[in-house]
Write a new protein. Structure first.
Length: 499
């Protein structure tokens, strides 16, 4: 843009240098570094900080060849608008970067990224952008005044006219489904005020009928929170409405309040149930309704808040009342969790091992995962895992030979060697204690109990002949090993874990 003249290229290095001389930084990373440095410099000059996320930075970097940054200012009359609205206009509509004060409140200054050199036209560039911004904020101010002249709850009846999906009815019907789910979820979260849950659900989608959200759809929820605050709704209801769409992306914050958590989970779970029920499932790279994002949001909320939520029970309590659909959604959530865990650095075999145990509580599943990971990294854990695989190998071989091990009752009178007697005593104690620990979801303590089996197992393998001539003694020893494998498999399928 800055140098339209043609030039002759002799080699690749010359191409890059010639472009640079012509005011084009072809290397994206170098261009981004140049842009970031200028943005930081301009912010520092004003003793302010940048309100800049990675996505906006990448977008701006792709829009310019030779980034130059200018500083503009917002008309003071528009600073009366809620800062969420101002920031949205700056970032989403105009691609400007807001500058924040020390208290993280928005300042009157913003940054403009252009493909223009600073010079005699700098003032015109800044004033032109300021005029465009003022027009946008004037529109926003008009919509705000129009909307707040009517209570938020007056927008609710219009939800009947707003389609959620042609096969699923209106947003009003979605709101009703959300309410049912939210009430079911609230039993497992600290928010016990049923009326607040109902009120938050009642108002959650009302702002979809506002002029402001019609103009700035990215502010849905946030506008509802602002309008409900203007209407003097309960602060917890205000917060819940404002944050119930969160988290929108993988880096977005999860809801901070209990009520917001409930409404957010209900909204996202309903999205999955409703759209799966009509066959609108993600396939390959296609996910038009962002259901993978909804699933990840559910997972992040549950794990971050450590919510013990029986998902299968919740899914069955929905308006759809379908066992098959509930199982399908649970499987989908667990598959997304599997991806999330692997991307978070958990070993694939650990993930497969924990998934070998039926579980619909994602928090408990994660607790199992952490306990397994920590235990296997210890010497006792590694040795016990080796013993498990050895026992499994012996059992597998004998089962192929037709040995019947379905009845795992061990006959203590057939225990001959002191090592098998010791293993039996330790195993019996471990079974009783581990069941107690598992009932209280104390997986670390359960693994600690399992570690006490390591030495008796080593002694057993070193001194006891499993495949002895006496078939009754042999079968009893196999049952002893089977009992050991069954016991440790209460927490995870150890056969999936690599030695």
């Amino acid at each position: 843009f800055l140098n339209p003249k043609s030039f002759v290229v002799k080699d690749s290095e010359g191409y890059i240098s010639k472009l640079y001389q012509s005011k084009v930084i072809i290397d994206q990373e170098k261009r981004k570094k140049t842009l970031e440095d200028q943005l930081k410099k301009k912010a520092t000059e004003k003793k302010l900080s940048l309100a800049l996320d990675d996505s906006l930075l990448e977008e701006l970097n792709g829009l310019v060849e030779w980034p130059v940054v200018f500083t503009g200012s917002i008309n003071p009359s528009h600073m009366k608008l809620p800062e969420e609205i101002i920031i949205s206009v700056l970032q989403k509509q105009q691609k400007y970067i807001p500058l924040l004060k020390k208290d993280k409140k928005i300042s009157q200054y913003f940054l403009i990224v252009c493909d223009r050199e600073e010079g005699e036209y700098s003032n015109e560039i800044v004033s032109g952008n300021e005029r465009v911004l003022s027009a946008r904020l004037e529109d926003a101010s008009f919509f705000w005044k129009q909307d707040v002249s009517t209570p938020l709850e007056d927008f609710v009846p219009e939800l009947k006219k707003r389609t959620f999906h042609s096969k699923l009815g209106s947003m009003e019907e979605k709101r009703e489904r959300m309410t049912r789910l939210a009430l079911a979820i609230s039993d497992y979260i600290s928010e016990k005020d049923v009326e607040k849950v109902k009120r938050a659900c009642f108002l959650a989608k009302a702002d979809l009928n506002s002029q402001m959200v019609n103009q700035f759809p990215e502010l849905q929820g946030i506008i509802g929170g602002l309008y409900s605050e203007f209407d003097k709704e309960d602060p917890s209801v205000v917060a819940a409405i404002a944050e119930h769409y969160s988290p929108i992306g993988p880096k977005d914050q999860i809801p901070s309040s209990s009520l917001g958590t409930i409404i957010s989970l209900a909204d996202k779970i309903d999205n999955l149930l409703a759209l799966f029920s009509i066959g609108e499932k993600p396939t390959g790279s296609k996910d038009p309704f962002a259901l993978r994002r909804s699933a990840l949001g559910i997972i992040r909320i549950i794990l971050k808040k450590k919510i013990k939520l029986p998902l299968l029970k919740i899914l069955k309590q929905s308006n759809f009342n379908s066992e098959k659909l509930a199982v399908e959604i649970l499987d989908f959530l667990k598959e997304r969790l599997k991806v999330f865990l692997r991307e978070s650095g958990f070993r694939h075999d650990f993930v497969d091992a924990v998934y070998g145990v039926k579980e619909d509580d994602l928090t408990r599943l994660m607790q199992r995962m952490n306990a397994i990971k920590a235990f296997i990294q210890t010497k006792e854990g590694a040795d016990l895992l080796a013993a498990f695989h050895r026992a499994s190998s012996i059992l597998s071989s004998d089962q192929k030979n037709g040995e019947e091990l379905s009845d795992i009752v061990i006959d203590s009178s057939l225990l001959v060697e002191k090592e098998e007697k010791q293993l039996f005593r330790t195993l019996s104690e471990t079974i009783e204690l581990s069941r107690e620990k598992l009932r209280s979801n104390d997986y670390e303590a359960t693994m600690a109990l399992f570690s006490k089996l390591r030495q008796p197992l080593d002694n057993f393998f070193d001194n006891v002949m499993v495949n002895c001539e006496d078939q009754k003694v042999k079968l009893n020893r196999l049952r002893l090993l089977s009992s050991f494998c069954t016991t440790v498999s209460l927490i995870a399928d150890f056969s999936k874990i690599r030695v």
